[in-house]
Design a protein around this ligand. Structure first.
Ligand SMILES: [Fe+2]
Ligand SMILES: [Fe+2]
Length: 246
């Protein structure tokens, strides 16, 4: 006879998973493209949808997924900033620009809905698995958060980690310039602000330094490269200067 969970009434064995076990199960599920029936803190069971073999995993689908889950303007702009950096690095390394851009757009798509360390980015990886997104993309997304235990192996994974925090920091530096424009930002001004502990406290400086090192790019060169990449998307990022934005 099946045992029913008292909390969610689904047919998995009674009792609830611990947070640690839940995290492991979610990681395993996201890695092997399998979604178990989970019950924790009232969350509903997740059933993997049927994969649509004709589904196209392109920028448009990634953008629609991002905007479906993320309504915050700053989070959408963060995704766009990381996308600009990753696309530029893909071109530089002769890699798949579309794939790298998609990973950038999706890396935090679940954050607004599931911001806790227990959930982000594992929930996102589960949702992408439900929708049939390829393992390579989900793995790269999982690897941008060191606590998932998914190590950064590929160049894509290293580039995502390297660009994530620095894109946020460059944005913060641009926003305190009189023109609120990337045109006034250079690597020197970013390095200077990195030493100011009171400035943009939430941005982890070590991640910026270690990210560039893991990618094998000199830190100043990396910062300058990301600034230039973000300049190509300055209008979308709202960092083209007050005059240009009317
Ligand atoms: Fe994240
Ligand atoms: Fe991010």
């Amino acid at each position: 006879m099946a045992m029913y969970c008292g909390r969610c009434q689904s047919g998995h064995p009674a009792g609830h998973t611990s947070a640690k076990l839940l995290r492991k199960m979610r990681y395993f599920a996201a890695t092997v493209n399998w979604i178990p029936e989970l019950c924790n803190m009232g969350t509903k069971s997740i059933n993997r949808g049927k994969m649509n073999q004709n589904q196209i995993f392109d920028r448009n689908t990634a953008w629609n997924t991002l905007t479906e889950f993320t309504h915050s303007d700053s989070l959408r702009k963060h995704a766009l900033a990381v996308e600009a950096c990753l696309r530029a690095y893909a071109r530089r390394f002769g890699e798949d620009e579309e794939k790298w851009g998609v990973v950038a757009l999706l890396h935090d798509f679940d954050y607004e809905k599931y911001p806790s360390l227990e959930d982000h980015p594992m929930r996102g990886a589960e949702i992408l698995a439900e929708r049939g997104w390829p393992d390579e993309i989900r793995r790269a997304i999982l690897s941008h958060a060191s606590y998932t235990g998914v190590t950064r192996e590929s160049r894509l994974e290293k580039a995502l980690f390297a660009c994530d925090e620095v894109a946020g920091f460059i944005t913060a530096v641009a926003l305190v310039k009189p023109s609120r424009s990337l045109a006034e930002v250079d690597a020197k001004s970013v390095r200077k602000k990195m030493k100011d502990k009171a400035f943009a406290r939430s941005v982890n400086r070590d991640d910026i330094v270690n990210g560039a090192a893991e990618l094998g790019v000199d830190l100043d060169e990396h910062i300058a490269f990301c600034i230039d990449a973000m300049k190509t998307a300055a209008n979308e990022l709202g960092l083209a200067g007050q005059a240009a934005q009317g």
